[in-house]
Design a protein around this ligand. Structure first.
Ligand code: G3P
Ligand code: MG
Length: 247
């Protein structure tokens, strides 16, 4: 199945870090809630722990979302699992843990499309692409996962390891790395910041047979207008609001 065949049912809604307006970002409760709110998929961010385990976390440090401090890649999975990734969002989420990608795939991999964003800002790799590919393959989710990154070098490495999985190029006007790499790297999707979209981009993507998934769109009117322009995927913190707007 080609990635773009998922869109034949219409515009797809992806919960950004889950339904992160209502539950702690990048946690199982946020992903389950996105499903309950009618999302077609979720977006999440991955890093490697010190002991090479794939964890779902946005920042490079644990400071913002947990009760710990420090770089995630200097901590083992066992250490990361000690942290509370829920209580800062709300008392009812106290005790929520940072999930591994394996745990997310087990929980929702059978019912949601999953956009795995590889967080990487270096030219060299710590091996995250290989571990991500192994995880996708282990769960048999090659046709329902798309891997995105702001780092084309990470996409290039991932593509060479697991070419049958779709890739999406993430970018924003003031945030691009080695964009020339994408000129020679076939990719199934563009993941532009929503303000980077105009009709010319939509037409260019159409000719290249690429879909456009844009982020982060929480305003219902904006979602309607992006759909009218031909954007096929909306990544949002509020899947319920966008589902209603696009009904
Ligand atoms: O993948 C879309 C979006 O998540 C990219 O930015 O910082 O929210 O990971 P960020
Ligand atoms: Mg992200």
């Amino acid at each position: 199945m080609r990635w773009r065949d998922h869109y034949t049912k219409g515009t797809l809604i992806f919960g950004h870090r889950g339904a992160s307006a209502y539950a702690p970002m990048n946690t199982i409760p946020a992903f389950e809630l996105a499903y309950q709110q009618g999302a077609d998929g979720i977006e999440l961010d991955v890093h490697l722990s010190k002991d090479g385990q794939l964890i779902v976390l946005h920042d490079f440090t644990v400071d913002h979302t947990t009760n710990g401090t420090g770089m995630a890649n200097t901590m083992t999975l066992a250490e990361l699992k000690q942290l509370d990734a829920g209580y800062k969002f709300g008392a009812q989420f106290q005790g929520t843990r940072i999930p591994t990608l394996d745990e997310v795939f087990e929980a929702v991999g059978g019912k949601l499309l999953i956009n795995v964003e590889i967080k990487s800002i270096t030219e060299d790799t710590d091996g995250v692409e290989q571990v991500t590919a192994d995880c996708i393959r282990r769960h048999g989710l090659m046709s329902t996962v798309i891997v995105s990154s702001f780092n084309p070098l990470a996409l290039q490495r991932f593509r060479s390891i697991l070419p049958q999985v779709a890739i999406g190029y993430l970018y924003a006007p003031d945030y691009t790395f080695y964009p020339e790499v994408m000129d020679t790297l076939p990719h199934e999707a563009l993941h532009p910041y929503h303000e980077s979209i105009d009709l010319a981009l939509v037409e260019k993507a159409r000719q290249a047979e690429q879909v456009i998934n844009t982020w982060t769109v929480n305003d219902p009117a904006q979602a309607v207008s992006l759909r009218a322009m031909g954007v096929q995927g909306i990544i949002t913190d509020k899947p319920d609001v966008i589902r209603q707007a696009l009904a």
